[in-house]
Design a protein around this ligand. Sequence first.
Ligand code: RIB
Ligand code: CA
Length: 309
Amino acid sequence: MEKTNKRPIIIDTDPGIDDAMALAAALFSKELDVQLLTTVAGNVSLEKVTRNLLRLLTFWDLKIPVTKGASQPLLRAARDASEVHGESGLAGFDFPDGNQENLLPESAVAAMRRVLIAATEPVTIVALAPLTNLALLLREYPEAKEKIAEIVMMGGALGRGNFGAYTEFNIGVDPEAARIVFDSGLKLTMVPLEMGSIAKIYPEESQKMASLNQTGRMLYSLLQHYRSGSLDSGLEMYDSTVIAYLLNPSMFTVEKLSVQIETQGAYTAGATIVDLAGFYQEPANCQVCVNLDSTKFSTWLLAALANCP
Ligand code: RIB
Ligand code: CA
């Protein structure tokens, strides 16, 4: 197999309007080799996020293997974010039907293991959704760990949440899965909610996006229906910050910290306890993005989307 200097990655996703923007930036990057796309119940049901991913790939005329993962969190009842993304999960644009040829029959976990074991170099797992699939992978196939370069995730919060008072959605939907991932000993990078709040898309950027290409026009249509922030006050595009970190980490301020996942609290289950001040003397288990240059981000995002058809 020809060795490319592209970084091999697997993307676990729950499209999701902000996932769609992150996928646009990643799938047309000349620096990333996207070897597998896996879906998991999150923003909307597993069936809907999988349908949405296939529709996006058909819109872009891309042939990338897709496999379906968990339809429920490990222990808790599924909860979605359809109030943010619409009932379909991609409200605002009339996509073509997805090409089913991209959908493989195997499960996401089996496909992740297959791709990791076969990889000629360790693979980065990009997590844009609840961590259920990753937890199952680590439990069912621990031998795959040595082929995981790192896990870079959108998840958690330094402070207040968007799913609970102190809980971010991706962690809060499946705290037990997050605990397994954060206790895995793997190299982890967490891009929390606050980065999405810094990386807001304002009308100026969304107008420029619409003038770029058909992808920009599609994303602009989706943004009219995205309910995390507002078009005027700025839309919080969380998942794109993960791709920004992969491709241009220097725009972030990163600290190596202890991050513990609360799973017992009646009101705090899913909270990411980011020990910024070192209260607990726990070993630092995660690189945490604690700041972001918003100008560099918006410049990067528009340049990344300009690579799309
Ligand atoms: O909290 C934001 C995260 O939850 C993003 O990944 C968004 O797509 C939703 O999955
Ligand atoms: Ca997501």
